[in-house]
Design a protein around this ligand. Structure first.
Ligand code: BES
Ligand code: MN
Ligand code: ZN
Length: 519
């Protein structure tokens, strides 16, 4: 029995009666203000290498007759990167609290260092108060408006918390205890302007995080599709294809995966038209829960498979970001949404399905489902939109985690220029990608005796054979595949992200678009 309604509380139990609603946490209120010596409240200031003070902090120290320097000496605080010194009721000043945050060699740093600095400042301040002021100046270097805005982005990213299911809300769960931050910086008006686009990007990242973090009983394919439809308010065109529509198109590879679930499968097409011309295309794997199907996964950590839609979440967050910052680009985002469940009607190992491309696939392992979803989504995307390029994101294989761990996403590409651009965007944003090989030599591992191919090439080179499988559904369009199994979910906490779902890929792809494809 397939339930195709968006909210079907009758057939299962949602985590909350209101199921997958929008985010409730109000993000930190960030302002960029003209520098003026602070006289009260919670204040943060930066100390660079060898304990150097910028003019504002030097001014405070003079006012305090050297008490700040003295405190640093007593505490043996030298400004070592990652450290901070918290001065409660600093002597000689009327401030409640002064937090000195070590900024290392930031003045010579790359863009990403400024973002990280913002995250570090937020992490030091978050538990200390509701409102704070950051004196953003340094010895020998006045931060540019872009650098100030990058600090703001870091603060915003670090403020995210997911406490949707906590009935006793604790500030540390919300991450947003810091409700207000005034960043005092020279050129504050320009900084404020530069921050606007970064705020749009942060909103996209937060959306992707929310989707990944949401419990899988609250977020099946219909609910995910509804979240996509919310992007209409930003001017994104959204089409939702249900199972009947996909059957008509012949998307049997995708439909086979969802056929054991009571939740209907969906394919969502999102379009942002910020310019004319050939669109850029982004395609996401959206397995809202991956049990493995009949080839069922072991119980240990299976709950993590709620994050098997991180690729789709990234595409949705990216479309949000592009629309919210009115990117001058034409982009299409496609997400293939299914739930992979064992059931009397589930797909079996041994089944053969015909994909939309006409190629037949023998199902060897129902747990190799992501490639089946993407096979039809990619085929549909390239044929309908004739895109300038096509990039897919998927939590596709455990094998990519064996190869690259959680530091780099696996990058596979049939086009060197696109691969280079992605690698550059990865360096700029810190969302790193590492190129892996594609080669027809791997194809024979997927030869099937009964069909055109098998859906699994076995354990060896698992991430590569998966990519090689996808390539069979890509014609001559520049294409890149990002295997984000290690980077898109179950993230370890950093200064920029404390959330299980990190929203990986939104900043990476927004950057790719901004640097190379905007009119
Ligand atoms: N969603 C999983 C891959 C995955 C594993 C993502 C761990 C994140 C963390 C995918 O659908 C899968 O099960 N892949 C199999 C493929 C195999 C059966 C050929 C895998 O990697 O074991
Ligand atoms: Mn699987
Ligand atoms: Zn999967």
């Amino acid at each position: 029995m397939v339930n195709n309604t968006a909210s079907a509380a009758e057939s299962w139990t949602p985590a909350r009666p209101d199921a997958a609603g929008p985010r409730e946490v109000t993000p930190v209120k960030l302002t960029f203000d003209k520098p003026s010596p602070p006289t009260k409240g919670l204040v943060a200031a930066l100390v660079t290498e060898d304990g150097k003070f910028g003019p504002a902090l030097a001014g405070l120290d003079a006012e305090a007759k050297g008490a700040i320097r003295a405190a640093m000496k007593t505490a043996k605080f030298t400004g070592k990167p990652g450290s901070a010194l918290d001065l409660v009721a600093p002597r000689g000043l009327s401030l409640d609290r002064l937090v000195l945050v070590a900024a290392g060699k930031i003045a010579t740093g790359a863009e990403q260092d400024w973002v990280r600095l913002g995250g570090a400042v937020q992490s030091k301040l978050a538990s200390l108060g509701e409102a704070a002021t950051l004196l953003l100046d340094l010895e020998g270097h006045a931060p540019s408006p872009a650098q100030a805005a990058d600090v703001g982005l870091g603060v915003r990213l670090a403020c995210y918390g997911f406490d949707r299911y906590k009935t006793k809300k604790k500030p540390e769960d919300a991450g947003d205890r810091l409700g207000k931050l005034s960043i005092q910086v020279e050129g504050h008006t320009a900084a404020r302007r530069a921050f606007a686009r970064r705020e749009a990007i942060a909103d996209g990242v937060d959306l992707a995080r929310d989707l990944v973090n949401t419990a899988p009983n609250d977020l099946g394919p219909p609910e995910f599709a509804r979240r996509c439809e919310e992007l209409k308010t930003l001017g994104v065109e959204v089409e939702v294809l249900d199972e009947a529509a996909m059957r008509k198109l012949g998307m049997r590879a995708l439909l086979g995966v969802g056929q054991g679930s009571v939740r209907g499968s969906r394919l969502v097409v999102m379009r942002w038209k910020g310019a004319g011309g050939q669109p850029l295309a982004f395609v996401g794997k959206g397995v809202t829960f991956d049990t493995g199907g009949i080839s069922i996964k072991p119980a240990q950590n299976m709950e993590d498979m709620k994050g098997d839609m991180a690729g789709a979440a990234c595409v949705t967050g990216l479309m949000h970001a592009l629309a919210a910052r009115k990117a001058r680009v034409d982009a299409v985002g496609i997400v293939g949404l299914v739930e992979n469940m064992p059931d009397g009607n589930a797909q079996r190992p041994g089944d053969v399905v015909t994909s939309m491309s006409g190629q037949t696939i023998e199902i060897i392992n129902t747990d190799a489902e992501g490639r089946l979803v993407l096979a039809d989504a990619l085929w549909y995307c390239q044929n309908r939109f004739k895109p300038k390029f096509m990039i897919d994101l998927a939590t596709l294989t455990g094998a990519i985690m064996v190869a690259l761990g959680t530091e780099n996403a696996g990058l596979f590409a049939n086009d060197d220029a696109l691969a280079e651009e992605l690698a550059g965007a990865g360096k700029a944003t810190g969302e790193k990608v590492w190129r892996m090989p594609l080669s027809s030599d791997y194809d024979k591992m997927m030869d099937s005796t009964v069909a055109d191919m098998k859906n699994s090439g076995g354990r060896y080179a698992g991430a590569i054979t998966a990519a090689q499988f996808l390539q069979r559904f890509v014609n001559d369009v520049p294409w890149a595949h990002l295997d984000i199994a290690g980077t898109g979910m179950a993230a370890k906490a950093t200064d920029l992200n404390k959330s299980w779902g990190p929203g990986f890929g939104v900043r990476l792809l927004d950057r790719l678009v901004a640097d190379h494809y905007e009119a």
